[in-house]
Ligand binder design. Structure first.
Ligand SMILES: *[C@@H]1O[C@H](CO)[C@@H](O)[C@H](O)[C@H]1NC(C)=O
Ligand SMILES: *[C@@H]1O[C@H](CO)[C@@H](O)[C@H](O)[C@H]1NC(C)=O
Length: 492
């Protein structure tokens, strides 16, 4: 109790965050660090950009995210892949997706998934005594049961297998993509995805057997297209004239409300004090007309290896963190979550082939990160590769996605959209310490560094597995018409 009092007193004098404490730390809360294994709630947002949360853009209404981030640890150098499946594969395996054939993403029709010889994070945590729940978007393969969340270690799953379903009908292209464990759910037409998924997360929390710790992977459908949200959320942005941007902002706020419901449920069921929250985006936002996400001030869009596509909004929160209320500038990558969370859950050994590093001390007390370099990605179909070594970043090849800096409309920033000229077989070298917006290509000035970093890429490339998704040649196998109008396993 004394610690809380000190926190509250100091906050009265230093900031206006007294209300946060009032709502989060009720009278009976203790800040005593538990020796029990912590519960882990991993919240993944879909297509949320760097400029799409309140603590980085004051026009965005995300009170719960802002509170959790500011009272926790804001991750300022946390990286993901350029798109959905690759990032999810990295989080679930601890491997770079270019080693799994998942570097380029995966279509709904791909008769494949994350290679079955790998043990995914939920199964690992299950072995360590955890109950494992998943809600929301999978996008890591479903052509047979073994590839689905239920086949990969989740005790309970409620969500969808692919991407880009309608937020209300849960129909994607020509079939329903909504499942309660292995059964299709046809009863939720009209229930907005964020209401549905936060509601299910609350149900899992409510029925959880408290004698065990749990892992909840809550992969929201928001804020991915199609751009849909209940009107009450767009109404919260009356001054944003751009319609698409207003909807996108509404979707962000709806997700924030969903997170608030989950936090409240954890509190209500006495689980809050021993729960570690991880929040991350899966990739940067798609930018431009028709999508209207914002990665400002970073350069580039979802799909590109520039920072706007790969530097993730993220934070962690929980009583087990020794240092909180600051911005952590240590380098971490999506592949690090597997070994880190496994260690938190008590794992003693891990697969030595894994790319991820245990960064728990970096997160918990801001120790220097063991990570000094990482692979942004290596793609072979349209050859492009990106690597980071300390503060330097090299992109080589054909980074065909737009690499522009676009201020979001609501901020009225006087800035002409500015794009990097992308050339065939281009070489782009940046010093991100001095130039986080990738505005000055140093490749010609520093040929020696380019050469050294290229050599590293060539070394990493030796482990490349060609992209598994064969393209559209087998598209008809997955057709929902063959499965009663549902996207279902059973075709590989
Ligand atoms: C939407 O689904 C959630 C989770 O099952 C449920 O709690 C909520 O009542 C549903 N809303 C409607 C309008 O059916
Ligand atoms: C976050 O990173 C940026 C570099 O992109 C840096 O300029 C900024 O100071 C960092 N924020 C904090 C609070 O350390």
């Amino acid at each position: 109790m004394r610690l809380i009092t000190i926190l509250i007193l100091s906050s009265v004098f230093t900031c206006s965050c007294i209300l946060w404490y009032a709502s989060f730390l009720h009278e009976h809360d203790t800040v005593v660090r538990s020796t029990k294994k912590p519960n882990i709630v991993f919240i993944l947002a879909d297509d949320l950009g760097w400029g799409d949360v309140g603590y980085l853009n004051p026009h965005v209404i995300t009170p719960t995210i802002d509170k959790l981030a500011r009272l926790g640890v804001i991750l300022n150098q946390s990286y993901v892949l350029q798109s959905c499946s690759p990032s999810r594969a990295a989080i679930m395996t601890g491997y770079y997706p270019y080693r799994l054939g998942l570097q380029g993403g995966m279509s709904r029709n791909a008769p494949t998934g994350v290679p079955l010889n790998l043990m995914l994070l939920p199964r690992k945590l299950k072995q360590l005594g955890y109950s494992t729940y998943m809600v929301g978007k999978w996008h890591l393969g479903f052509c047979k049961k073994e590839y689905t969340p239920n086949g990969r270690g989740f005790d309970q799953f409620y969500g969808f297998y692919g991407a880009a379903a309608d937020h209300y009908t849960h129909v994607a292209k020509s079939g329903i993509d909504l499942h309660d464990d292995m059964k299709p759910d046809r009863t939720q037409n009209g229930n907005y995805s964020t209401y549905l998924f936060s509601g299910k997360a609350v149900e899992f929390i409510a029925t959880h057997d408290k004698s065990k710790p749990f892992f909840l992977y809550l992969a929201f459908q928001n804020v991915h297209s199609p751009f849909q949200v209940p009107e009450k959320y767009t109404d919260m942005y009356p001054s944003v004239a751009n319609n698409n941007r207003r909807i996108k902002l509404g979707m962000i706020t709806a997700m924030d409300d969903g997170i608030a419901k989950v936090v409240n449920a954890l509190r209500r069921h006495g689980l809050w004090d021993n729960t570690l929250i991880v929040f991350s985006s899966d990739n940067g936002a798609p930018q431009g007309e028709g999508s209207q996400g914002s990665n400002w001030p970073l350069r580039g869009t979802k799909g590109s290896l520039f920072e706007g596509g790969t530097r993730a909004v993220g934070f962690i929160h929980g009583s087990m963190l020794e240092k909180t209320g600051y911005v952590n500038n240590q380098l971490i990558h999506a592949v690090d979550w597997y070994p880190t969370l496994s260690a938190v859950a008590g794992a003693k050994t891990l697969d030595s082939e894994m790319d991820g590093l245990n960064v728990w001390n970096t997160l918990r007390k801001n120790d220097p990160s063991p990570r000094k370099e990482f692979v942004y990605n290596i793609l072979e179909r349209i050859p492009t590769a990106g690597i980071r070594v300390r503060n330097y970043k090299l992109i080589v090849g054909n980074p065909h996605f737009p690499a522009c800096r676009v201020p979001p409309p609501e901020r009225n920033i006087n800035f002409e959209v500015e794009c990097t000229t992308l050339i065939h077989n281009g070489v782009y070298l940046y010093d991100l310490k001095d130039d986080p917006t990738e505005s000055f290509n140093l490749a010609e000035k520093m040929p020696q560094r380019v050469k050294e970093m290229n050599t590293r890429i060539e070394e990493y490339k030796k482990k490349l597995v060609p992209t598994l998704d064969p393209g559209i040649s087998v598209a008809q196998l997955a057709d929902p018409q063959n499965f009663g109008g549902v996207w279902a396993p059973g075709w590989c």
